[in-house]
Write a protein that binds this ligand. Structure first.
Ligand code: PMM
Length: 279
């Protein structure tokens, strides 16, 4: 008697390597090529399916690095990790950085602006065979707090419409939709309640016909959920809540999760797989 087929395919795990001095979650911890590569290798050992290498912090209020700084941060790390055989994604909004990252071996361009910050990035992706992650975005980090108004239609329908508009622009630039992954952009021009509403209604975004990626790891809405008299739960103590969320996301059919703690994520997914496999 065989084991029953699994009812859900567990999401693929994208491990985060922020080569930045100032990310909210892990800023400064892997900000040299050597420490970033070592961290990427550790995430692979823990079971990451792919690694997302970023050189620009997008935390609320952050100022942008120079293009040259961003290139210096990410390109050598991508070269080494892709050289190891890892599937590497570059987290950038800039065409020039995407181009250099693809030349260094990246297979995925993760653009938090969905092509709005630097529209040429869509042509760079079109000229490659890379996968393109298009996140819902409205403004750069220094101003995004001013753009969290989703009236009159509410956050779910508005994000669906705006992501649909991005998808049309992406396809018009020559990137086939088979290569596009969509992301609701938790925390980007969104308040906590917006994030929760989106998480509860991912099936609405799925109607756009692309795989979905969700990035909730260590974000401040989890800190606020777990707040006590001392204030929001600190960044490094949000992992249990995130693991619970990952299990629920697996059940709701999300295709990729972008996470800092690959080990905890894999543990959560092992529980889901065991439940599904034995039901
Ligand atoms: N969040 C951050 C950075 N890049 N990319 C995608 N596709 N989705 C996200 O939610 C996302 C992202 C900010 O988080 P970090 O500073 O911990 O990397």
């Amino acid at each position: 008697m065989g084991v029953a087929p699994r009812l859900v395919d567990v999401p693929r795990v994208m491990g985060i390597v922020n080569v930045t001095p100032d990310s909210f979650s892990d800023g400064g911890r892997w900000d040299t090529t050597e420490t970033a590569v070592a961290h990427g290798r550790l995430l692979l050992e823990h079971g990451a399916d792919l690694l997302d290498i970023g050189g620009e912090s997008t935390r609320p209020g952050a100022t942008r690095p120079l293009v040259a700084e961003e290139l210096d941060r990410v390109v050598p790390v991508i070269g080494e990790l892709a050289g190891d055989g890892a599937i590497v994604s570059v987290d950038t909004m800039r065409a020039e950085v995407a181009e250099a990252a693809l030349a260094a071996g990246a297979a995925v361009v993760n653009d938090v602006s969905g092509g709005l910050a630097d529209p040429r990035i869509l042509h760079v992706v079109a000229d490659s065979d890379a996968t393109y992650v298009a996140m819902h975005w409205r403004a750069h980090a220094d101003r995004m707090r001013d753009f969290a108004d989703y009236s009159p239609d509410g956050v779910v329908q508005t994000v669906r419409r705006e992501l649909g508009e991005r998808l049309a622009a992406i396809e018009a630039a020559g990137v086939p939709r088979e290569r596009v992954v969509l992301d609701p952009g938790l925390g980007f021009a969104k308040e906590g309640r917006h994030n929760w509403e989106l998480l509860a209604s991912l099936d609405v975004l799925r109607e756009l016909g692309c795989p979905l990626l969700v990035g909730a790891s260590r974000k401040s809405f989890l800190g606020r959920l777990l707040a006590d008299a001392a204030g929001p739960r600190p960044v490094e103590e949000r992992e249990h809540a995130h693991a619970a969320l990952v299990a629920l996301l697996a059940r709701s059919g999300v295709d990729y999760v972008r996470v800092h703690d690959v080990r905890a994520t894999r543990d959560a997914l092992a529980v889901v797989a065991a439940m599904e496999g034995t039901r």
